[in-house]
Design a protein around this ligand. Structure first.
Ligand SMILES: Nc1nc2c(c(=O)[nH]1)N[C@H]1C(S)=C(S)[C@@H](COP(=O)(O)O)O[C@H]1N2
Ligand SMILES: [Mo]
Length: 507
C-alpha cells in the first residue's frame, strides 16, 4: 500500500476535498457564503489585466464567475494530487503545500470587498481539516506493522469517513444558509415608503476635503459590524414582530406592516461602538429611517417608576436603554427599518433594529430586535453589563485624525490634515489642531451642522522636514473642550486626544 501508485495522490485529493467541503459549510453558516475559493476567484478578476478580464467576461457572459470558480477548483484538484504524492516522502511536504494554498486563500480573503474577521473562519476550518485528514490518511498508508490488506482497508475506511463527514458539514451548512437566502429574497422584495428611500445627498461638500478622510456618509458595506451572533439571525419581515410589555398601560405587538403604516422619519446619525479606541474606526455615519420611539412609547403608556427598556434580539442578546433617551423630544430614537435608503442589511439588524443618537451601540442599538420590556435598571442586567461594562453608555466627545496616518511620509511644506469630530446630541462648534505640541490652531469644520452626526474638519499646516506629532481636540456647542484624560474603552468608552506621528521629507 505504501507504494501504491494511486493511494498517495488519493490521500491528498481526499484531504483536499474534505477541507474544501468543510470550508464551504462553515462559510455558509458564519461568513454569509464568503468562502476562500470564491475569494480567490474574485482576486483573479482583480489581478487580471483589465482588457483580459473584460474579454473573459464578454465571452462568458454571466457565467464568468462559475467558470472562474471551476478553473480554481480544477487547479486545486491538481495541487491536491501533488500534495498527496509528495507526502509519500514526508507528510511535512504535503502540509507545506496546504500552507501555501491557505496562504493564497488568506491573501484573497483579507483583500476581499467586505472582509471581516469572521470571514477567516472558513479558511481556518478548511486548513485544519486539510492537515488532520492528510496526517490521518498518511498514517494509515505508512503503518508498517499491519499487513498490506489491513492497511488498505484502513486507508479506504479513513478516506470514506473523511469524505462522508466533510460532505455532511457542507450539506448542513448549505441547509442553514438557505434560511438566510430566503431572508435575502424577502429583503429584496421589501417596499419601503418613499420617505425612507428618498436618499438625500449628504449635506456636505466632499470636494474640499483632503483625500484620506473617510467618507462623511459610511456606505452600508463599509459600515463596521459588531455583534455576538455567530449565525446571523434570519428573520423575514412577515415573521417579525416586536412585543412591548412590562410597566406599560397598553402592551402591544407591532408587526412590520404596522411599522410601514406609520409615519417614517429619517435622520443622519453616527453610530459608535464603546470598544472604539481613540482614533479608531468602530464608528460610522448613516442615514437612518424608521418610526420614532417617542410616539410608540406614548401610545403604550409608560408607568411611573420605569426608567429602562430591556431590549432583546431574536438571538437572545440584550441591552438596557434609558427611557429618557428614547422619549427625549430632542433626539430621534427610532425603530429603524432602513439604512442609507435601503432596507437594513441583514448583518445590521434586518428587518428592524433600534438606533438612539448619543448612546453607544451596546446600550441602545439592538439589531434583530423582537422584545421591549419596560422596566427598571435595578431589576435586570443586560448582556454587556453582566460582563463588567457600564449600565449606561452616553457617547463621549471625540475627534479623530484621518490624514496623515501614523507613520505616513508627506512632503514638507504645506500639508492638509483632516479628520472627524463628534459630540452627539450636542453638536461640534470647533476643532483645534496642535503640531509638535505648539499652539492650538482652529481647523475648518464641515457644513453638516447636524447634532447627531459627526463633522469633518481640515487644516493646512506648515511642516519642516523631520518627524512631527499632530494632535486634535474638539469643542462642543456648549463650549466644552474635549478632555485630554486618557480612558480605556472599558467600562464606558475611550477618551483622550488622538495623536499621530508622521514624517515630512523634502519635496
Ligand atoms: N442583537 C444584537 N444587537 C447588537 C449587538 C449584538 O451583539 N447583538 N451589538 C451592539 C453593539 S456593541 C454595537 S456597537 C452595534 C453595532 O451595530 P452595527 O453592527 O450595525 O454597526 O450593535 C449593537 N447591537
Ligand atoms: Mo459596540
Amino acid at each position: 500500500m505504501r507504494n501504491s501508485r494511486f493511494a498517495w495522490p488519493g490521500a491528498g485529493l481526499v484531504a483536499g476535498l474534505a477541507g474544501l467541503a468543510v470550508s464551504f459549510g462553515v462559510a455558509m453558516i458564519v461568513a454569509l457564503g464568503n468562502n476562500p475559493v470564491t475569494a480567490v476567484a474574485q482576486s483573479i478578476i482583480k489581478i487580471l489585466p483589465g482588457s483580459l478580464a473584460e474579454q473573459g467576461v464578454q465571452a462568458l457572459g454571466k457565467h464568468d464567475k462559475p467558470v472562474l470558480v471551476g478553473i480554481v477548483l480544477a487547479g486545486l484538484v491538481g495541487f491536491f494530487l501533488v500534495i498527496g504524492t509528495v507526502s509519500r516522502r514526508h507528510v511535512g511536504y504535503g502540509v507545506l503545500g496546504f500552507v501555501v494554498l491557505a496562504g493564497i486563500g488568506l491573501a484573497a480573503t483579507v483583500s476581499a470587498y467586505s472582509f471581516t474577521l469572521r470571514n477567516l473562519l472558513p479558511l481556518v476550518a478548511g486548513y485544519v481539516v486539510w492537515v488532520l485528514a492528510l496526517a490521518w490518511l498518511a498514517g494509515t498508508l505508512r503503518d508498517r506493522h499491519t499487513p498490506e490488506r489491513k492497511n488498505r482497508r484502513a486507508f479506504l475506511m479513513g478516506a470514506a469517513v473523511t469524505l462522508v463527514a466533510s460532505s455532511a458539514v457542507a450539506v448542513a451548512g448549505q441547509a442553514l444558509g438557505a434560511g438566510r437566502q430566503k431572508v435575502e429574497a424577502a429583503r429584496r422584495n421589501v417596499k419601503l415608503p418613499a420617505s425612507a428611500t428618498a436618499n438625500p445627498p449628504p449635506p456636505v461638500d466632499t470636494t474640499v476635503w483632503p483625500t484620506g478622510l473617510a467618507p462623511w456618509q459610511t456606505a452600508n458595506h463599509d459600515f463596521y459590524r459588531i455583534d455576538t451572533a455567530i449565525v446571523v439571525p434570519a428573520i423575514t419581515p412577515d415573521s417579525w414582530s416586536l412585543r412591548i410589555h412590562g410597566m406599560v398601560d397598553n402592551p402591544i405587538t407591532l408587526t412590520y406592516q404596522d411599522l410601514l403604516a406609520r409615519p417614517v422619519v429619517r435622520n443622519w446619525m453616527t453610530l459608535n461602538c464603546v470598544s472604539n479606541p481613540v482614533g479608531g474606526s468602530l464608528v460610522g455615519n448613516a442615514d437612518w429611517s424608521g418610526v420614532l420611539l417617542r410616539d410608540i412609547l406614548a401610545e403604550v403608556g409608560i408607568q411611573p417608576g420605569a426608567d429602562a427598556i430591556k431590549q432583546t434580539s431574536h438571538d437572545g442578546w440584550t441591552c438596557g436603554t434609558p427611557i429618557s433617551a428614547l422619549t427625549d423630544p430632542g433626539r430621534q430614537a427610532m425603530l429603524a427599518i432602513a439604512m442609507n435608503g435601503e432596507p437594513l442589511p441583514i448583518e445590521h439588524g434586518f428587518p428592524v433594529r433600534t438606533v438612539v443618537p448619543g448612546l453607544y451601540g451596546y446600550v441602545s442599538a439592538c439589531k434583530w430586535v423582537v422584545d421591549y420590556e419596560v422596566t427598571r435598571f435595578s431589576d435586570f442586567a443586560a448582556f454587556w453589563t453582566v460582563r463588567g461594562w457600564s449600565e449606561e453608555g452616553p457617547v463621549k466627545m471625540a475627534s479623530r485624525i484621518d490624514t496623515p496616518r501614523a507613520g505616513d511620509q508627506v512632503t514638507a511644506g504645506q500639508v492638509r490634515v483632516g479628520g472627524f469630530a463628534w459630540e452627539q446630541h450636542v453638536g461640534i462648534k470647533g476643532v483645534e489642531v496642535a503640531v509638535d505640541g505648539g499652539q492650538w490652531q482652529p481647523a475648518t469644520i464641515g457644513e453638516a451642522d447636524h447634532v447627531d452626526s459627526w463633522v469633518q474638519w481640515r487644516l493646512d499646516v506648515d511642516v519642516d522636514p523631520g518627524d512631527h506629532i499632530l494632535r486634535v481636540r474638539a469643542i462642543d456647542d456648549n463650549g466644552q473642550v474635549q478632555t485630554s484624560v486618557h480612558a480605556e474603552v472599558a467600562p464606558n468608552g475611550a477618551s483622550g486626544w488622538h495623536t499621530v506621528q508622521f514624517k515630512a521629507v523634502r519635496g
